[in-house]
Design a binder for this molecule. Structure first.
Ligand code: SF4
Length: 266
């Protein structure tokens, strides 16, 4: 069966201004074999000819790349929708405007808990920077999403975090599990116990119909427990539990910092 590539996450740099306790890639500095901007442009043209419909610029922290917006614009002119995922630190009014001018469709900001928890995991002052980033992005036409990796320190904070996202106009909240890889491999105490899975699903069940935020689970959460099956039967209008199969190899891919295209999104 033939499959057409649809979406990919592209690590345009591995440089990052943070060194989070839960970084899956343990990012710090740029790698020596990262693409130069003109090479990235050529890759954008190739991505367009391959038929991708959207690319999410990631890293590292993509906004530490001096030409992240030019790369996004090059994707746009190739009829590929550019998105951005960021830790939010550098997103002030001017960066939000750059994103809008580059035709970025959605910026997803990673938020790892309430202020004290988030700053402890990421960097002091980073929660406040995110609140400012939310405000500045909402002044532009760019869509606003948030992403949270669930760990032992933030499970009980999810309802309050949802309220904060709602109040800041976040449209989509992506939830995934923190896995013991990268710097998380050294922070095992943060890995959520698998027995928490039912509680996470129950919590989302409780809230998702009452909120304006579209709550989405990543593939690492939920494997059709009894509650999910009941919900799927009752609410077949929702996509919350409609996991059809992994898109790896078929439609979803990862582009490494050196331009290599992997048929999976690790
Ligand atoms: S998790 Fe994100 S913000 Fe934190 S070090 Fe890794 S790339 Fe940087």
């Amino acid at each position: 069966m033939d499959f057409k590539p649809e979406a990919a996450v592209w690590n345009i740099t591995m440089r990052c201004n943070m060194h989070c306790k839960n970084c899956g890639s343990a990012c710090t500095s740029a790698y020596s074999d990262e693409l130069a901007t003109n090479e990235a442009f050529r890759l954008c043209d190739k991505i367009g000819s391959m038929g991708f419909s959207s690319i999410t610029l990631s890293g590292g922290e993509p906004t530490t790349h001096p030409d992240w917006d030019l790369i996004a614009l090059r994707l746009h002119v190739n009829n590929v929708m550019p998105n951005l995922i960021s830790n939010g630190w550098f997103i002030d009014g001017s960066v939000a405007q750059r994103a809008a001018r580059a035709n970025i469709n959605t910026i997803t900001i990673c938020i790892e808990g309430l202020e004290e928890t988030h700053d402890e995991i990421r960097m002091p002052g980073s929660f406040e920077r995110i609140m400012n980033a939310f405000t500045e992005i909402k002044k532009t036409p760019v869509h606003l999403s948030a992403s949270t990796t669930i760990h032992s320190g933030n499970i009980r904070q999810l309802p309050e975090l949802l309220r904060i996202l709602e109040n800041n106009g976040v449209e989509v909240w992506k939830l995934q599990l923190d896995l013991p890889m990268g710097t998380m491999a050294e922070n095992h105490d943060l890995v959520a116990d698998p027995s928490c899975m039912d509680a996470i699903i129950a919590l989302v069940n409780l809230y998702y119909k009452k909120t304006t935020v579209d709550i989405q689970f990543s593939d690492c959460i939920g494997y059709y427990n009894v509650k999910e099956i009941e919900d799927r039967q009752k609410k077949n209008h929702t996509t919350l539990y409609e996991w059809n199969e992994c898109g790896a190899v078929k439609t979803s891919m990862r582009i490494l910092h050196n331009g290599e295209i992997l048929k999976c999104t690790p």
